[in-house]
Design a protein around this ligand. Structure first.
Ligand code: TNX
Length: 545
């Protein structure tokens, strides 16, 4: 299981490139015939390159050029601002070959690139401004989060080669001029990785954090337990990881995160302004735990490990005290290594638990989560039990009406929107796609983009929506190339729905801006689906399924 593309894949890419070029040409022609053509272009401008689309963009005719003498200035007294400056320098030094010293300063200088903290509360906790003139690039924000997002926008305004790991010759490192004022529509913009069905280690999770944070995604939900595998070491219940983590779908070796590895992920995420949301699923999706400890089963018999892909066959023993001791121990240990505010309790597809038992179980688990100081998120199934209003429901349904979720929203519960027919990143793009599943829908890029999270589920309006999340379930996914193929380009589409004002949503604009991500992904060595719906910019090499 490698994090890059295998040699065989790279050889196949040559063929795919030729095919992609044909397909893309055809798509552009078809779009042009409709008079609504999204355009192909390679030179970044403030209007054709940024995903998610900023709230306010005012291009100018000026332009800044990064040269061997350019310096990066960061707000004096802020370690986080300094760290963001260092990240930018570390990204650009290999490709430009420039020194790019990072210097701390109290006031934005007249030349160079400056990352400045201000007290301007209009920018909110994640907003920023970006001003590019002939002489300088100035990013201001009220928080380091905003500075980080300003830098992600700046990266997208640079030529794609900026992301290269080796020195690029004959590139003018030009940033198009203008003014951007930006802040997110929703506070929660998430991705989920299922490390249970197939286990993915620290390098893959870190690479995914790199890729999602470029699109201002700020939460990564890790699905740490399911029937096929338990993926986090718990000191008081060690067999969970050593036995329950010892296989995966298809019978591979599986694996689990040690506490140190989990903490490494949390720290890496934090440096990219991503908050980890750990999930321990229950009462269903628990075969790996049941197999690890006989006393968690009502009949006292541990079932064998499971490597198939069925759902709905397992349940913790609801009327047994040891179940709640187990949950208390697990959630205490997990909360202690999770700095973020949320813990996800699953709660989906509990077909092997009666409705009464389900209510009993959730009624006992929710206070246990509260006792750890964390706020519970769960799949929307949990709204059946009238959870307290602090509970956040993650909607994964296939319809646009769900009276139980609407009633919860009316009571004050917030909702994360992950409708399976739009936001499930493990759904196939088309019937021809090999990876992924199709139980909810086939989801092409235009479908993934074409909905409004604040006006989708009846009775769940903008004010009840905490944000969006794209789950990457991994029944069919073996490596990073597989993950990337399903997440890109649909995750950037979802990121835009989560960040950009509804008034900016426009397929043709998005398709053009998305098409300009293609060369960046190619330079980064990412795998992705070169959808024929998108006018990929020259330099895009599509990936393989
Ligand atoms: C449904 S969505 C599930 C998961 C599967 C996924 C596959 C949800 C809360 N449960 O157990 O992995 O479908 O698409």
């Amino acid at each position: 299981m490698g994090i890059g593309l295998s040699g065989q894949r790279l050889r196949r890419l040559g063929v795919v490139l030729a095919v992609t070029a044909l397909v893309v040409g055809g798509a552009s022609t078809a779009a042009a015939a409709g008079g609504q053509a999204a355009t192909r272009s390679a030179t970044p401008s403030m209007t054709n390159s940024i995903v998610p689309e900023p709230a306010v963009v005012q291009p100018s005719h000026q332009r800044f050029r990064i040269t061997p003498g350019t310096m990066i200035f960061t707000q004096a007294g802020s370690d986080q601002a300094a760290a963001i400056g260092d990240q930018l320098a570390a990204l650009l030094r290999p490709s430009t070959g420039f020194e790019l010293p990072v210097v701390h300063t109290f006031f934005a200088p007249h030349t160079g690139i400056a990352l400045m903290l201000t007290h301007n509360s209009k920018l909110g906790t994640e907003g920023y401004t970006l001003d590019v003139s002939d002489n300088s690039v100035v990013i201001t924000a009220a928080t380091p989060n905003g500075l980080f997002y300003g830098v992600q926008t700046l990266r997208q305004l640079l030529p794609a080669q900026a992301d290269a790991k080796t020195r690029q010759q004959h590139v003018a490192w030009t940033v198009p001029g203008g003014h951007i004022a930006d802040q997110p529509r929703f506070a929660y913009r998430g991705a989920m990785l299922d490390v249970s069905r197939h286990f993915f280690g620290v390098p893959i999770v870190e690479r995914l954090i790199d890729e999602i944070s470029l699109y201002k995604v700020n939460f990564l939900h890790l699905h740490l337990s399911d029937d096929q595998g338990w993926r986090i070491a718990i000191a008081k219940w060690p067999n969970l990881a050593t036995h329950g983590g010892s296989t995966e779908v298809g019978g591979g070796a599986g694996g689990f995160f040690t506490v140190a590895q989990y903490e490494q992920i949390v720290a890496y995420a934090r440096a990219h302004f991503v908050t980890i949301v750990p999930e321990i699923d229950g009462p269903g999706h628990t075969n790996a735990a049941l197999s690890s400890y006989a006393q968690l089963n009502c009949d006292g018999v541990a079932p064998p490990l499971y490597t198939g892909t069925d759902v709905g066959f397992s349940s913790l023993c609801v009327n047994s005290a040891v179940t709640y001791q187990f949950l208390t121990d697990v959630l205490d240990e997990l909360a202690a290594i999770t700095p973020g505010p949320f813990v996800h309790i699953g709660g989906d597809e509990a077909q092997s638990t009666t409705a009464t038992d389900y209510a009993t179980f959730e009624g006992k688990e929710l206070p246990i989560v509260a006792s750890t100081g964390k706020r519970a998120i769960g799949w929307h199934d949990v709204t059946q039990v009238n959870p307290p209003t602090s509970f956040v429901a993650q909607f994964w349904g296939t319809t646009q009406t769900d009276p139980t979720v609407a009633a919860a929203a009316a009571r004050g519960n917030m909702v994360i929107m992950s409708p399976a027919v739009k936001a499930y990143l493990d759904m196939k793009y088309t019937e021809a796609t090999k990876l992924g599943q199709d139980w909810a829908a086939l989801i092409e890029v235009k479908d993934a983009y074409g909905w409004d999270p604040g006006n989708y589920l009846q009775g769940v309006g903008e004010k009840s929506v905490l944000g969006v999340e794209g789950p990457i379930w991994s029944e069919t996914l073996l490596d990073m190339a597989n993950i990337e193929y399903l997440a890109f380009p649909r995750l950037p589409a979802l990121a835009e729905l989560g960040w950009s004002p509804e008034s900016t949503h426009d397929w043709n604009s998005f398709a053009t801006r998305l098409g300009n991500q293609g060369p960046r992904w190619t330079v980064r060595g990412m795998n992705f689906y070169a959808s024929p719906q998108v006018p990929w910019a020259p330099g895009t090499v599509g990936g393989v399924d």
